[in-house]
Design a protein around this ligand. Structure first.
Ligand code: NAD
Length: 498
């Protein structure tokens, strides 16, 4: 059986804790590898390597640091097919979708090639008599990233690219479900010219996360995953004196106004609701048609499309979506569909019991549609994270707007309309971080920043964009005076500019 260890100090290192987890092929249910689960001492070994390498890397001029990312981007492009295949094999999503995962990470690596410009400080000449004031951004030292299973390429790169470009060393603790790609990315970073010890990948579970959160040498922690763990990581990191940004779960609504182009809205819902089997934090899981007529027409158009979804293993290049990630996820999603039925929602398309010939032990869930869902139901309140779309019918625009406004989560939301006034009002009033206007998955590009509101995010600074440069650096402000010829006495009052 293949054993996946760690990548520490520029080398593959076997696990020593004696604990491992199974890595499955979600399409067949077979165990395809074992991944090592790190102990405190293995995290410590990564930190020691990072500590030794970081000062020299921080002293490397930013243009040289940028060049590593130029080369890395080339390597990602050259190896795209292999990387996407590696990702799909453990995650289960289609290879084309996995390419999207890698490309969305690659784009952040392209963004940080601008690090010489992005990390420049500020300067004020003559802030006072013979006084200049300037600020500089210095790396936090050692940063850590804890990432979820659903984007094993994109999210690690969202974290390590800005952190490393800013002059930090980095410890990545990827999801134990699909650990191969993050290690491969670390190998490619070395090939691109990154010194050993700057990017370390340590596999593990809660024990590894806790070791990161309490390690005195780690200065900042970035987390993406479910909300309960995001809340825990944020609190524990803060209590241990670390800077933290933690991104959690979601329940993204898409509002369909009566004047929307319905075919466009239906296609958007299909891709955003069922792409990647609904395992995206920006997936649309709630459709809110405004008015009975819009709702009836929407459901009528959705049903045949959901029933004809092509579901298959990642090796089927015509598949629209693959299996969900684990047996537990499969059972949880099916359980929530049962719950929706008990709660009285109308199950229009039932994905339970979906079986694919030749893949009977795979974790497949068929596309599922509920109608007449109401806000008090568990299937509305909880993040299902599977191919299940709920229709909540709204009487008017204000009713529709109030649904995402009152929901616990605040990651993404979309409105489909031809009415510019409605779209503008919506974007201005909604209490959610990322908004799509006739765009179902409004994931901002690398040079803007990504982050939700409410229970979808803990901390102040977002992923990528200029926020990421702020997150991975500390500001130092210098007030300098060169008083040639000035002889003044001691000042005992607070200095102010007169
Ligand atoms: P998860 O919370 O189970 O795991 C995330 C990470 O936390 C993993 O590395 C895991 O090993 C670690 N972890 C798990 N349990 C832990 C514990 N008890 N203590 C400490 N660490 C622990 O999430 P997942 O199932 O891998 O990913 C899916 C979730 O991630 C969904 O809720 C999804 O919405 C969310 N997500 C959010 C975003 C975002 O940007 N907001 C992006 C992608 C995914």
């Amino acid at each position: 059986m293949r054993e996946i260890g760690h990548f520490i100090g520029g080398k593959h290192v076997a696990g020593t804790s004696g604990r491992t987890a199974d890595v499955f092929n979600p399409a067949t249910g077979e165990v395809q590898a074992k991944v090592a689960l790190a102990s405190v001492s293995e995290i410590r070994a990564a930190v020691e390597n990072a500590k030794e390498a970081q000062p020299k890397w921080a002293a490397t001029n930013p243009q040289r640091r940028a060049r590593v990312f130029m080369k890395f981007v080339d390597l990602l492009n050259q190896n795209m097919d292999e990387l996407a295949e590696m990702l799909s094999r453990e995650h289960g999503k289609t290879v084309e979708d996995s390419k999207g995962d890698v490309i969305r990470g690659l784009e952040v690596c392209e963004f940080v090639i601008g690090i010489p410009h992005l990390s420049k400080g500020e300067f004020t000449e003559g802030a006072g008599p013979q006084i200049d004031m300037y600020s500089m951004r210095q790396p936090v030292g050692i940063g850590a990233g804890i990432t979820p299973f659903n984007f094993p390429g994109m999210i690690p790169m969202w974290m390590f690219a800005p952190a490393i470009a800013c002059g930090n060393a980095f410890i990545l603790k990827p999801s134990e479900r699909d650990p191969s790609l993050p290690i491969r990315l670390a190998e490619l970073m070395i090939e691109a010219g990154l010194p050993a010890g700057i990017l370390n990948v340590v596999n593990g579970d809660k024990a590894a996360v806790d070791a990161i959160l309490t390690d005195p040498d780690i200065g900042a922690v970035s987390f993406v995953g479910s909300t309960p763990i995001a809340r825990y990581v944020y609190g524990t990191a803060a209590m241990n004196g670390k800077r933290a940004q933690c991104f959690g779960g979601a329940k993204n609504h898409m509002i369909i106004m009566p004047d929307a182009d319905l075919d466009q809205a239906v296609n958007a819902l299909m891709g955003a609701g069922y792409g990647s089997a609904g395992e995206r934090c920006m997936a649309v899981s709630v459709a809110v048609p405004v008015g009975e007529e819009t709702a009836n027409r929407l459901v009528e158009k959705l049903v045949p499309k959901i029933e004809s979804l092509r579901i298959g293993p990642y090796t089927d290049d015509k598949a629209d979506m693959g299996p969900v990630v684990t047996k537990e996820a499969h059972a949880r999603i099916n359980g929530l569909i049962d719950r929706g039925v008990e709660e009285g929602a109308k199950l229009v398309v039932d994905g339970r019991g979906f079986k694919l010939q030749g893949y009977e032990n795979g974790y497949f869930v068929g596309g599922t549609l509920f109608d007449n869902v109401t806000p008090d139901m568990d299937i509305y309140k909880q993040e299902i994270f599977g191919p299940v779309l709920s229709v909540v019918r709204a009487h008017n625009y204000e009713d529709a707007l109030s649904l995402p406004m009152k929901h616990e989560y605040g990651n993404g939301v979309a409105i489909f309309t031809r009415d510019g006034d409605a779209a503008r009002d919506f974007a201005s009033r909604i209490n959610i971080g990322m908004i799509g206007i006739n765009v179902p998955i409004p994931v901002p590009l690398a040079y803007h920043s990504f982050g939700g509101w409410k229970a979808s995010s803990f901390g102040d600074l977002n992923q990528h964009g200029t926020d990421s440069i702020k997150f991975w650096t500390k500001t130092k402000t210098i007030t300098a005076r060169w008083p040639s010829g000035i002889k003044d006495g001691a000042e005992f009052v607070m200095p102010v500019m007169k």
